[in-house]
Design a protein around this ligand. Structure first.
Ligand SMILES: *Cc1c(COP(=O)(O)O)cnc(C)c1O
Length: 388
């Protein structure tokens, strides 16, 4: 019997879950060229507008000139170069931790942490809305895992009470499809009572939250004792690519020794490490970007509420509008495209069944006028679909 790929693809299409690439014909920014047309886009995770920032681009070019493009081999062979070392130290310093380790992507970092630390017989507790890479890392680790209700401390406490032995609680810091924050102080208190560890995936908090942009943990004032494992990504607010884990020297040494997704892969480009060093500097020192983004978030939420749009309770740059039905979410994003606005419809299984939405993201690169344009288009499309 051959694999029935045609049948599976047809079923995917039938379920309104078919995904397609679009090809972007220019750099990231508020205005995107797609298929020969220019759109005002609210769909990227480039929250600080650093993906095509001139200083970051220049750091990449100079980095390539000095260090070349390729890492050449794994970090533990001869692929660990000075820009990697400097970047890891800068990230440890920024997040207030003893050490940090770099990864090619956040997906890889989550697999690395969970498979290196957890073994069969250990327990892993997931928030129900955790990112797919945390779920996959948990599966691969062989640990027993359970999902507690989203941000529900009663549910978490109930699960914790039934865990015997080494236990990890893993949560997104900012939830990627909802934009809300995990109640980390409460999670840490419960973890402390049960001797469990907390791991935070701060893909959407790093650069955006906290006074110096060090993320959700800085926002709450939590340290490495309360949250032993911090994972952050470099491809969102920092505008480049890759990820890091920061924590105690012992944690980082353990990952170096035991994390197969760290050991058996080529190091990322040293030139990209140079670019990321520049974007870390910008993210850390340029508070105006964060302040402008906060102002856009306030503006959007205020006016969207006046228009009666179905907002979610999110204080961050991720401002989803709940639609429910996948076909309807797709049709609304299509209609917005006709109006020159690019917003992605997010459907199951990325979000729970019946939870399709328009995932609007704001960035420091947008202007107030552009957010007003978005609101005007949303008002129109919301009205058109009100009685459908
Ligand atoms: C994007 C994302 C990741 C994956 O990071 P990549 O660097 O894109 O692989 C992990 N966790 C969360 C919460 C994310 O949003």
């Amino acid at each position: 019997m051959a694999f029935d790929l045609a049948g599976r693809l047809a079923a995917q299409q039938q379920a309104q879950r078919y995904r397609r690439h679009v090809c972007v014909q220019g750099p990231q920014g508020p205005l995107l060229q797609i298929d020969g047309r220019e759109y005002l886009a609210f769909a990227s995770n480039d929250y600080l507008g650093l993906a095509s920032h001139p200083q970051v681009v220049e750091a990449l070019q100079q980095g390539a000139g000095r260090w070349g493009v390729g890492g050449g081999s794994a970090h533990l062979v001869t692929g660990h170069m000075q820009p990697h070392e400097e970047l890891a130290q800068a990230l440890a310093d920024w997040t207030g931790r003893e050490a940090a380790l770099l990864f090619g992507s956040g997906y890889q970092a989550n697999l690395a942490v969970l498979t290196a630390l957890l073994q069969a017989g250990d327990h892993l507790l997931h928030d129900r809305l955790n990112h797919a890479s945390l779920l996959d890392g948990g599966r691969l680790s062989g640990a027993r895992f359970q999902r507690y209700l989203h941000n529900d401390m009663t549910s978490l406490a109930g699960h914790l009470a039934r865990c015997q032995g080494d236990t990890m609680i893993a949560t997104d810091g900012v939830f990627s499809m909802d934009g809300d924050l995990a109640p980390l102080p409460d999670i840490c208190t419960l973890a402390g009572q049960h001797g469990a560890w907390v791991m935070v995936d701060d893909a959407h908090g790093i650069g955006v939250l906290g006074e110096s942009g060090a993320g959700t943990l800085e926002h709450y004032g939590l340290d490495a004792r309360q949250v032993p494992v911090l994972m952050g990504t470099l491809g969102k607010a920092l505008g480049t690519s890759g990820a890091f884990v920061a924590g105690s020297r012992e944690l980082i040494e353990s990952l170096i020794q035991f994390a197969r997704p760290y050991i058996y892969t080529t190091s990322s480009s040293p030139a990209v490490a140079c670019a990321t060093l520049a974007s870390v500097r910008l993210a850390r020192e340029d508070n105006d970007r964060r302040a402008h983004l906060q102002e856009l978030i306030r503006l959007f939420r205020h006016e969207a509420a006046l228009l009666g749009l179905p907002l979610v309770d999110s204080p961050t740059a991720i401002q989803p509008l709940l639609v429910g039905d996948s076909g309807r979410a797709l049709a609304m994003s299509q209609r917005l495209r006709e109006l020159g606005i690019w917003v992605t419809a997010i459907r199951p299984p990325t979000v729970p069944e019946g939870g399709a939405r328009l995932r609007i993201t704001l960035t420091a690169g947008h202007s107030r006028e552009q957010v007003e344009q978005l609101l005007t288009a949303l008002e129109q499309v919301h009205g058109e679909f009100a009685n459908v």
